[in-house]
Design a protein around this ligand. Structure first.
Ligand SMILES: Nc1ncnc2c1ncn2[C@@H]1O[C@H](COP(=O)(O)OP(=O)(O)O)[C@@H](O)[C@H]1O
Ligand SMILES: [Mg+2]
Length: 407
């Protein structure tokens, strides 16, 4: 699975121009497997997560529908206020740990008020001895341009591409051209972005009794929690037992979790607690237990999403569980050999305590109201204090993160 090395976002709400990680070959550090974003209310944390959602929606549904989602309210509200420039995304990634980086960029502007894709470029690199050369795979402007077929190893600089004209300026080229088997790079990028999982876990959604039926992956709100358990029970039984063992260790008091069919064919989740004889069903479980359970399940997915985004996992969780959860996310992402990347927003120092300065980013607004992002590893005093053994969250809590002189 591809791995995100860095991203630059321009003119998306308060993200007037922000860069995370590496957006050009060998320049700066690539994004680590886990990234946590902290900062005051209104500093742009939710916006950042939504920018990833917007990008994925542009691919899946087209740019007009992505702009018009109810939480976004149309293109004019998405552009950075006071600015009519296009929204730009630069995504720097590699297909796997061995391959060279690829840059995918697109811009969204308007055509007589209707959102359209203005430019779209997919450029890879080849190495000639120690020098890297860009190799274009796709260059489109206003839906017209050239694509080159082949993969990273086959394509040669200067090769003649194929002229293309997209039917619909609402759609990204990688969405309409990605079907073709002679464009493996496009197919791979599309599958990658489509697999992004942005969680908005709602405990009440997980309490509903879904109709029975096994489902492979957890949905955004956790509504199909029971269906995923049914899938794991049926298809990955030994793994499921291992998952339960892990969950028992991490959620105190839980002895066992099983599924049961209700008389009207819906799925009950049966939680056995150590102090009670009779089980409890999902309706009676606490928000925190359900949430912890859902996150642990997500991480134990036999085929986990390559990219996971989570907003404020702390809501409803006891602080000790939260630290456990942070360590669990970190361990999974770091041990996945580039297969899982996680981004999380939080207000909790307990969560941040489990992370290193390379994994934590501080968001603030400057005088213009634009979000500025600083990696805590780039704050000189912080690395030293962490080396001395002070956890990062405590430093944050005790005001050691110097506010930048924003202006
Ligand atoms: N179009 C826009 N241009 C510039 N800033 C915006 C725009 N839309 C919203 N904002 C700013 O973004 C803020 C909301 O940011 P948000 O990501 O929800 O913050 P957080 O999640 O960190 O609390 C608003 O308070 C507003 O200042
Ligand atoms: Mg928020």
């Amino acid at each position: 699975m591809p791995q995100l090395l860095g991203i630059r976002i321009r003119n998306y709400k308060s993200l007037s121009d922000v860069t995370l990680g590496q957006i050009a070959y060998a320049q700066g550090d690539a994004l680590p497997p886990i990234n946590c974003f902290i900062g005051p209310n209104g500093s742009g944390k939710s916006t950042l997560l939504d920018a990833f959602g917007f990008l994925a929606d542009c691919l899946k549904e087209g740019v007009e529908s992505a702009c018009d989602k109810s939480q976004r309210g149309g293109l004019s509200r998405l552009r950075t206020q006071g600015n009519t420039d296009s929204i730009c995304f630069d995504l720097h990634y590699r297909e796997d740990q061995e391959s060279l980086p690829i840059l995918y960029s697109f811009t969204v502007g308007d055509d007589k008020g209707i959102p359209v894709v203005l430019n779209e470029v997919l450029v890879g690199l080849t190495m000639d001895q120690d020098t890297s050369h860009p190799i274009a795979f796709m260059r489109l402007q206003g839906g017209e341009g050239v694509i080159w077929s082949g993969d990273m190893s086959k394509i040669v600089a200067g090769a003649e591409g194929q002229r293309v004209k997209l039917e619909d300026k609402d759609r990204l080229g990688i969405s309409t051209l990605g079907q073709l088997s002679d464009h493996p790079l496009i197919v791979c990028l599309r599958a990658y972005i489509e697999s992004w999982y942005l969680s908005y876990f709602v405990p009440d959604a997980a309490r509903r009794l879904p109709p029975t039926g096994a489902q492979k992956h957890l949905d955004r709100t956790g509504e199909n929690l029971g269906n995923v358990i049914q899938y794991l029970e049926r298809n990955h039984n030994s793994r499921f037992n291992l998952i339960l063992e892990r969950i028992r260790e991490r959620i105190p008091g839980i002895k066992d979790i099983k599924t049961q069919l209700s008389p009207d064919g819906r799925l009950l989740l049966k939680f056995n607690e150590s102090s009670y004889k009779d089980p409890f069903f999902q309706q009676s479980m606490s928000d925190g237990t359900l949430k912890m359970f859902a996150y642990l399940l997500l991480l134990q997915d036999p085929d986990p999403p390559a990219f996971i985004g989570i907003e404020e996992p702390e809501n409803g969780l006891y602080h000790k569980l939260l630290e456990t959860l942070a360590r669990e996310f970190r361990r999974h992402a770091e041990n996945s050999q580039g297969k899982i990347q996680v981004i999380i927003t939080t207000h909790s120092p307990y969560f941040v305590d489990a992370l290193s300065p390379e994994q934590v980013w501080l968001l603030e607004k400057d005088d213009l109201g634009h979000t500025q992002i600083t990696r805590t590893a780039d704050m000189p005093a912080i690395k030293e204090l962490v080396k001395e053994g002070i956890p990062l969250g405590s430093l944050w809590y005790s005001n050691h993160f110097e506010e930048r002189s924003l202006g």
